[in-house]
Design a protein around this ligand. Structure first.
Ligand code: SF4
Length: 498
């Protein structure tokens, strides 16, 4: 069952909003649902939701088709939907008989270039303000050229080949799940955005860098949103790259704690917690809200590397966070870290093993799992130029950690080195990747499809793995407010810490 928490408007402009994955993920995507609500409440717009497993169109004519891209591999879903709708992939092959096709979301905001050949325009940065202006222009139903010319004047709208500034919205009205559904991946959960971005600026983190400056909603508005959500469901989730950075985070948690203590049934979920922000009160609130396990991200193998990536986390803070988690009722903890951060040495890996032993000695009877991914250099961060470590060497590190941590008595989980490798290619690619992406899709989209597409097209991607010279032009330089000089300064500053 689905409940819309707003009154839709109707209209004759058919805007199809496509999520390039299955519907349960679409219904869990706050950004996608919020912009859908914006369209659905706009006079004159008939907003229609589709996803890869649900392409039932109640209309014959699509005026425009929008995609939300949250993950690097979402391009496969974009092609799947375009193919099912019989729409040519390349923008250059489409004419007035086709809808305008556009995209938004973190993937294209980070680097729109690998996808620029497929979209007529792209929404970069925060969409809530620019999308309203887009809807106004689209409804004029002018020809493509005139429409694109108008759109290119809006801040945050990238019409391929024209430099653009990504948009930064002022956070006023709190964004929350506008459609509750039992089909959502987060079933019937009312998600509330508490803050956007993160002040910490870890050197690899796009969630922080593409959302600069860090912004948060007013405390009273968050409380109002919580109360609104509780009218419909008992499942409340607080979202943000780093919600504990909200200046009144502890007060928000106190509010929820007192509410639950006074008998309100709340199932509480929070997206992430900084290790050094774990307090007894926060853990008790999570436990009271039904949470049994939580995650802390330590990001790097050693204190030296954590300093280098600007994650200034001391071993004593990690130990404290685990103790607090255990002592205040959590059943277990996942500790997340990366391998392959630039300049990681054998000693750093040994440091990790030593830390794991230290944790075992200090907190022996607690269910801890270590989870690792391999470092993927991302655009618009200080590590955007870095080389990605060779897969063989990363696989060796994985095996070693798995074996040594098992000896201490820990379970481990690892992301796929192969997928992380292709994520690096997609993240840092340029327009030259367009035929490659189509080939990958045509070859089935599995891991083997990437290798075979590369071979078939004889494409050289060495520089996307080996990294860029600091003086070289970057594909995403098209984003004028990509703060390159700030990133160079930050990179040099961090290098001095090693
Ligand atoms: S603390 Fe987390 S969200 Fe913030 S910059 Fe670091 S990795 Fe990103």
């Amino acid at each position: 069952m689905e409940t819309k928490l707003y009154k839709p408007n109707y209209g004759e402009y058919n805007l199809v909003m496509a999520y390039p994955a299955i519907e349960s993920f679409a219904l869990a995507s706050l950004g996608y649902l919020w912009l859908y609500k914006l369209a659905d409440t706009t006079d004159g717009i008939n907003a229609i939701r589709i996803s890869t497993d649900n392409i039932n169109l109640p209309v014959k004519k699509i005026h425009s088709l929008a995609f939300s891209m949250s993950f690097d591999f979402d391009f496969l879903g974009v092609f799947e939907i375009l193919e099912k709708l019989k729409i040519p992939f390349y923008a250059k092959d489409r004419d007035e008989s086709n809808p305008l096709i556009f995209a938004g979301g973190p993937v294209v905001t980070t680097n729109p270039m690998p996808y620029a050949a497929f979209f007529d325009f792209v929404i970069l940065g925060d969409g809530e303000d620019s999308f309203k202006q887009v809807l106004e222009i689209l409804q004029r139903k002018e020809d493509r050229q005139r429409t694109l010319k108008r759109l290119s004047n809006i801040e945050g709208i990238y019409v391929p080949n024209k430099p653009v500034k990504k948009a930064t919205a002022e956070l006023k009205d709190v964004i929350y799940t506008p459609i509750l559904s039992d089909k959502s991946y987060f079933k019937d959960t009312f998600i509330i955005e508490v803050a956007r971005g993160c002040m910490n600026r870890c050197a690899f983190c796009t969630a922080s860098y593409i959302n600069l400056p860090f912004r948060h909603y007013e405390y009273t508005k968050i409380i109002e949103a919580i109360e609104l959500g509780l009218k419909y469901t008992n499942k409340i989730a607080l979202l943000g790259a780093q919600i504990s950075a909200h200046p009144q985070f502890n007060t928000i948690m106190d509010y929820l704690y007192n509410k639950m203590k006074n008998g309100t049934n709340i199932e509480l979920g929070i997206s992430s917690l900084r290790t050094d922000a774990v307090t007894p009160q926060i853990v008790q609130t999570l436990v009271l809200g039904g949470q049994k396990h939580s995650t802390i991200a330590i990001e790097a193998a050693s204190e030296k590397l954590r300093k280098f990536i600007n994650k200034n986390l001391k071993e004593s803070q990690i130990i404290d966070a685990i103790k607090i988690s255990k002592d205040n009722g959590l059943k277990g903890l996942k500790i997340y870290s990366m391998i392959g951060i630039p300049d990681e040495t054998e000693e750093d890996i040994q440091e990790f093993i030593r830390l794991a032993r230290h944790i075992k000695n200090e907190i022996p009877q607690f269910n801890i799992e270590f989870s690792f991914s391999s470092f993927v250099p991302k655009p618009q961060t200080p590590l955007q130029w870095s080389k990605r470590e060779e897969s063989k060497s990363l696989e060796k590190k994985q095996k070693y950690l798995e074996k040594e941590l098992a000896k201490i008595g820990y379970n481990t989980k690892f992301s796929s080195i192969k997928w992380d490798y292709w994520q690096t290619v997609l993240s840092r690619g340029g327009i030259e990747l367009a035929p490659f992406l189509i080939k990958v899709y045509q070859n089935g989209g599995k891991i083997g499809a990437y290798k075979s597409a590369l071979k078939e097209l004889n494409l050289d991607i060495t520089n996307l793995i080996d990294g860029f010279d600091i003086t070289a032009p970057l594909p995403w330089d098209v984003i004028e407010n990509h703060p390159k000089q700030i990133l160079i300064n930050e990179y040099n500053r961090l290098l001095k810490r090693i």
